[in-house]
Design a protein around this ligand. Structure first.
Ligand code: UD1
Ligand code: UDP
Length: 361
């Protein structure tokens, strides 16, 4: 059996790490294709070295661009690779433009698609990710769902075959990686103390491309920092550019709001685990917070990871400044009780189960 795995954006390097390792350990021929959607050292290379991912056999160098342009260029280049390599299966991860391009290129050539993280929905069709995940699910032969909610979402869309609720591959990778993380060293590097700081990440299009939303979030972070909370904000390149383009003056920020470049995965895990609270619109980060018992305030109107909202662990605030500040100030004062970590996202063996299903087919 020959498998091609398509990755391209930061969370996909993380999601693919253990599945790739386990496929190769089983002697399966896996070819890794990196579309080049993310290309900065700290958005790409650092994950390959930390997670010991093999060097991609193909680096397509697509880079940034408008959705149609970026996805179209990927489609052209991925198709060339598929025609040359003739794989039996193409694995795609998550919901980025690299996911959709990989799935489309494969299905048009009648190659079977395996979608890892199938069935997630925000029910907001203005999100590029929602389009990517819905379309990918509908052309996939194997749909590896992380939760029962994801399975139900697929059923509601008339998909019943090929669904496997295997748990979340990000949980596997986080559990394995945390053992290799030197938390003390990382906290010292960033000059923060356990449970005495807030971690923030923002990069969703709806929050970075709409000036009012970005301004609100920026002002909320400043207000929380002015109260006295130290906020560590590893800033996604998209967000950095948006702040600049909207003329938001990052120099007149509160001194407690610390802007730093994106951090490595190991650093991020240590920061999430030791933060008092996380403010994030990231999909991955809101779950990782839960893995370590650190709650998240999410400046969005909806989330795909609804379980954490339902149990009251994470909170959605929307993007009004007052709502974000109010929610954060309420949440930082109450410490969460110890959780049965990860119980909502499988048992940390999602990657084994995925490999098992694919090998048997
Ligand atoms: C993409 C995914 C999003 C995912 C996120 C993870 C899509 C539609 N979106 O969003 O689902 O949550 O990745 O981080 O696929 N840039 C750089 N250097 C890089 C990469 C990007 O400077 O290495 C800048 C460019 O200005 C680029 C912008 O960031 O235009 C956005 O990058 P892009 O990959 O289009 O979308 P993300 O916002 O990263
Ligand atoms: N992450 C990281 N460094 C950062 C920010 C995020 O390593 O500076 C990791 C994070 O731990 C998680 C993944 O990147 O595993 C989430 O990616 P991102 O937030 O970019 O995308 P999303 O999950 O929203 O698609």
């Amino acid at each position: 059996m020959k498998i091609i795995s398509i990755v391209g954006a930061r969370p996909q390097f993380i999601k693919a790490a253990l599945v790739s390792k386990k496929l190769r350990t089983k002697g399966i021929k896996e070819i890794l294709v990196h579309t080049g959607q993310h290309y900065d050292f700290n958005m790409s290379d650092v994950f390959f070295s930390e997670l010991e991912l093999p060097k991609p056999e193909y680096y397509l160098g697509i880079g940034s661009g408008n959705h149609g342009e970026q996805t179209g260029k990927m489609l052209i280049e991925i198709e060339k690779v598929l025609l040359k390599e003739k794989p039996d299966v193409v694995i795609v991860y998550g919901d980025t433009n690299s996911t959709l391009a990989g799935a489309l290129a494969a299905i048009k050539l009648h190659i079977s698609v395996a979608h890892v993280e199938a069935g997630l929905r925000s029910f907001n069709k203005e999100m590029p990710e929602e389009i990517n995940r819905v379309l990918t699910d509908h052309v996939s032969k194997w749909l590896f769902a992380p939760t029962e909610t994801a399975v139900k979402n697929l059923h509601k869309e008339g998909i019943f075959n090929g669904i496997y609720n295997v748990g979340d591959v990000m949980f596997d990778v986080a559990l394995e990686s945390i053992q290799r993380v030197n938390e003390k060293e990382i906290l010292e590097k960033h000059n923060v103390r356990p449970k005495r700081f807030i971690l923030a990440t923002i990069h969703r299009a709806e929050n970075t491309d709409v000036k009012e939303n970005l301004e609100n979030i920026w002002q909320a972070l400043n207000e929380i920092a002015l109260i006295g909370w130290e906020i560590l904000f590893p800033i996604h390149p998209r967000t950095e550019k948006a702040l600049r383009n909207f003329g938001i003056d990052v120099h007149s920020k509160s001194k407690n709001l610390l802007l730093i470049p994106p951090v490595s995965y190991f650093e991020m895990l240590a920061l999430e685990k030791n933060a008092r609270l996380i403010i994030t619109d990231s999909g991955g980060v809101q779950k990782e917070g839960y893995f370590w018992g650190t709650p998240c305030v999410i400046p969005r109107n909806e989330t795909e990871w609804v379980e954490l909202i339902e149990i009251g662990f994470n909170k959605l605030t929307g993007t009004k400044k007052e709502d974000i500040v109010k929610c954060v100030t309420e949440m930082v004062t109450k410490m969460e009780e110890k959780l049965n970590i990860g119980s909502l996202y499988g048992r940390g063996n999602a990657s084994d189960r995925i490999v098992e299903v694919l090998v048997k087919s």
